[in-house]
Ligand binder design. Structure first.
Ligand SMILES: [Mg+2]
Length: 274
């Protein structure tokens, strides 16, 4: 015997009311919300809700967040070791093991992100090599729609990157993303990477924001931890920075598979004011 008719109606109405109260969600997120509220053991629920009405500023990392990390991974793991091996008459495996150890030593420091540091250290033209494979620079899916959505909703939308200004310039030229931001912030201008609390103090001085009403999205967990210590309220990780690698399990922060999940909806009340 099925459910009594009135019980089905109640269920329908309650989903519908909750749907209306969540109209700031993107259509995909709304669909997931509805799916999540229909009793079923077969529908996976990975819903992220961004309370857009509480957010004024959106800070976004570049490599691995907006752009596919495949370019950077290929560059540092394959191309640089290959050229280093040639220049130093080493076999590729030896070059890789030496370089990977040197890279690990510098992880999370300003030097790790510095084109000039590695050009000097490895005696290679790092900026020139990046240009050689610039066809691999790619924007993750739905990023443009997301950026257009946040700006349409009146959120100050800022790129916040540890990348060196030469890498930043190459990536903006290749992707045409520049015009989608209100500002670009390069950690090299401050002298501290995002992993350092001093970066965030300097950022607040140069690009005033309220940590309580700021959304920050980054693929680096150490960076997200520092942002959390600084007090940034809305933090999101990226599950799949490199499109050629499998998605990561992330427990520490809410995480997205795609920006499609968090595009502010066109019918959001936020748009009425802009
Ligand atoms: Mg990144």
């Amino acid at each position: 015997m099925g459910l009594p008719r009135y019980a089905r109606n109640d269920n329908y109405i309650s989903i519908n009311q909750r749907f209306l109260s969540l109209s700031f969600l993107s259509p995909e997120a709304t669909a997931r919300f509805i799916s999540a509220n229909i009793p079923s053991r077969t529908i996976p629920v990975t819903q992220i809700m961004v309370p857009w009405h509480e957010i004024d500023s959106v800070f976004l990392d570049m490599d691995g967040t907006l752009l596919d990390l495949h370019f950077d991974n290929h560059f540092w793991r394959e191309l640089v070791p290959a050229r280093y091996a040639e220049a130093n008459r080493l076999d590729l495996d030896t070059a890789k093991s030496r370089l990977y150890a040197r890279f690990r030593d510098k992880e999370g420091t300003m030097e790790w992100y510095c084109v000039e540091y590695w050009s000097r250290e490895l005696a290679l033209d790092i900026a020139g090599l990046k240009e050689e494979i610039d066809y691999l620079i790619a924007v993750h899916g739905h990023v443009i729609e997301f950026l257009d959505g946040t700006r349409r909703a009146g959120k100050r939308t800022v790129l916040v990157t540890n990348a060196h200004s030469k890498s930043l310039a190459l990536k903006m030229a290749r992707t045409g993303l520049r015009s989608h931001f209100d500002a670009l912030i390069c950690a090299h201008d401050f002298g501290y990477p995002k992993e350092d609390l001093r970066f965030w103090k300097e950022l607040e001085r140069r690009e005033p924001f309220d940590p309580e009403t700021t959304l920050f999205v980054d693929d680096s967990l150490p960076v997200l931890r520092t942002a959390r210590r600084y007090g940034i309220r809305h933090l999101l990780a990226v599950r799949r920075p490199d499109s050629r690698s499998p998605p990561r399990e992330i427990d520490e922060f809410p995480a997205i598979d795609s920006f499609e999940e968090i595009i502010p909806a066109r019918n959001s009340p936020e748009y009425e004011n802009h």
